[in-house]
Every structure is written in C-alpha cells, then in structure tokens.
Design a protein around this ligand. Structure first.
Ligand SMILES: *Cc1c(COP(=O)(O)O)cnc(C)c1O
Length: 328
C-alpha cells in the first residue's frame, strides 16, 4: 500500500527537477464566508501536473530499464509528461497511438522527443502494441494513473498545498482514473482526517463515479466532454485508485458540460488563467450553487482547487469564452 512516506520520498526526488507551483488566492471566488486558493499546475512544464507522476516513476527505474525505454498509450497529458520526463534523463519514451489521433497531438508528443508508434484504429489496439513492446523489447510501461509511483508523484501536490496553507479544510480535484485525487487525498487524510476531499467529473465520462456506485470497477459508455483529459475508464483490473478513492474521497460531483465551460470562462476573464476543461472543472462547484445538492455537507471556509492543466486549443478557448454568459 502507498503511504505518506512514499509521497514525501517522491517530493524529495522531484524537488530538483520540477517547479513548486503557486497557490494563488482567487479574489473572484472568495467572499466573507470563504477563501478560495488555486493550485496552479498549469505552470508545470507541459502545462499539467502529470509531469510529477511520470518523473517520479522514471526516477525509480534502474539503469537497465532506462536503457530499454518506457512506453505508454496516452495521447494526452500523460503521453506528453512521459515524453518530457524520459527525455530529461536521456531515456527513450515510446508513445503508441491509433491512426485516428489527430496530427497536431502526434506532433506535440514527437516534439518532446518521444518515438511515436501508430498502430490500429482504436485506443485498445494502441494498447496491444504497448503490450507487445513490453513483451518483445523489454520496455517498461508507465500507465497514466493506476501505479504506485504515479500516485505518489501526483500526491506531492497535496504536500505543497498543506505546507502553504496548513488550515485548508476542503480540496476540490478533477477526477478521472483517480491517480491525482488518490495521491492528494492520501496526504490530506494522513495529516488531518477532517480535510474534505471532493472529486469532480464530467457527467459525460464518470467511470469512477459509476464504479463507486457499483462497488467494483465497471466500464461505461462515454460521451465526448470539453474536459477531454477527464475521459477514459478506470480499468476493470484496477489495482490502486478505486480502493483509494472509495476509502479517502468524501464526495464525487458530476458536472454538466456548460458548467465546465462556465468555469473555463470565469478563470479566463476573472483570474487571467488559461485552463483546459479538466483543469477548470473544480471551479464549477464554486460557481453553481445547484451543484451543492450533490454534496453530503456544505463546502468549507478554506477551499483549495487544483487547477490541473492548461492545454486547451486557443480557438476552442475563444469560442467557449464568447458563448458563455458572464457569471455573477
Ligand atoms: C489526467 C488529468 C486529470 C485526471 O487525473 P486522474 O489521475 O486520471 O484522475 C485531471 N486534469 C488533467 C489536466 C489531467 O491531465
């Protein structure tokens, strides 16, 4: 099992490689009754927190594993993070993708120094290629969330928040596979079990919420979401994150697409922040009173929101800001 100590070790290792990100007071979201601070993972290289887990996982490989290289099938922030982190230590990263992945995503990962391997017409077929490279070439697969080193790496966010703000009482965190929230919740609950940990997922892709309801990991049919980094299942053979989320997360709130868009727009106009849907999602809960019905009790008075990433297409951002009415 992963412990607070593993996350402290990860922090010590990552200290020299990664930025400590700011915890910024958000005036536009704070009032007499509450203070809100934003943990800006948008400031990481590659624009998202995934660099923490990927760097930690790579730092735990031995020389032989590094020489054979690492591999994953993620085309999003995890793929970028793995490419970046491997490149930094001179190891080879291979990112497998299906032929349906758009050119700009392929280029972004190739530019970070990874080898690209196009295989098949679906994410599942890309994953088959990963399995083959692990089997035949001895590469090490670094998965996006269900891995002890990944969870420990993401958990370093929790250590930083609690150091900067020891009396924080509520954490709001985007939830997909659950690596991010598991790591942070582990830290928070180990240090002060009264800190509330709230996950947010798009209604359109809420595999963890469905699994919690079913009491076991389940697959769901997903629809597209503006928070594309929160898509994807939790894996039917989930080893870590399902149990951790079940044990440590107090509430999981499901968001409508327009609520996520309102959060992107608010952060852009009121806080001058460029965020992707997954990065902004937590802020929806602070903008939309109706969502509090999904909570077991009202939000606390000292709330930290993890702004997990900023990788949004500029055109898409402009369209969203244009069509979303201002929120008061
Ligand atoms: C991956 C990701 C998440 C969700 O992380 P999980 O560990 O899969 O729950 C949230 N925000 C961004 C920007 C991401 O890239």
């Amino acid at each position: 099992m992963i412990k607070l100590h593993d996350i402290e070790l990860a922090r010590d290792k990552l200290k020299h490689q990664l930025n400590r990100t700011p915890l910024l007071v958000a005036k536009s979201l704070s009032n007499d009754a509450r203070e809100v601070r934003l943990k800006l993972e948008t400031e990481q290289p590659i624009g998202a927190f995934k660099i923490r887990g990927a760097s930690n996982a790579i730092s735990n490989l031995n020389a032989e594993q590094l020489a054979r290289g690492v591999v994953c099938a993620s085309t999003g922030n995890h793929g970028r993070a793995l490419a970046f982190a491997a490149n930094k230590v001179g190891a080879k990263a291979t990112v497998c993708m299906s032929s349906l992945v758009p050119e700009n995503k392929i280029r972004a990962i190739a530019e970070l120094g990874a080898d690209i391997c196009i295989h098949g017409n679906s994410q599942d077929q890309a994953q088959e290629k990963v399995d083959e490279l692990v089997r035949d070439q001895g590469m090490t697969e670094i998965p996006p969330f269900d891995h002890a080193d990944i969870i420990a790496g993401q958990g370093t966010i929790g250590l930083e928040i609690l150091e900067d703000w020891p009396d924080v009482d509520t954490l709001i965190i985007g939830l997909s596979g659950g690596g991010l929230i598991s790591g942070i919740a582990l830290v928070a609950k180990s240090i002060n079990k009264n800190i509330r940990v709230i996950g947010v997922s798009p209604k359109n892709c809420a595999a963890m919420a469905a699994s919690l309801k079913a009491n076991k990991p389940v697959e769901i049919e997903e629809k597209e979401s503006i928070a594309d980094s929160l898509g994807g299942g939790i894996g039917l053979n989930n080893r870590y994150t399902f149990e951790l989320v079940r044990k440590l997360v107090d509430d999981v709130v499901l968001l409508e697409e327009k609520q996520i868009e309102a959060a992107i727009t608010h952060l852009y106009l009121e806080e001058n922040l460029v965020t992707e849907g997954a990065g902004a999602a937590g802020v929806s809960l602070l903008l939309e009173d109706a969502l509090s019905h999904q909570l077991q009790k009202p939000l606390g008075k000292r709330i930290a929101v993890v702004i997990s990433g900023g990788n949004i297409d500029e055109k898409q951002l402009k369209q969203i800001v244009k069509k979303t009415p201002p929120h008061f």
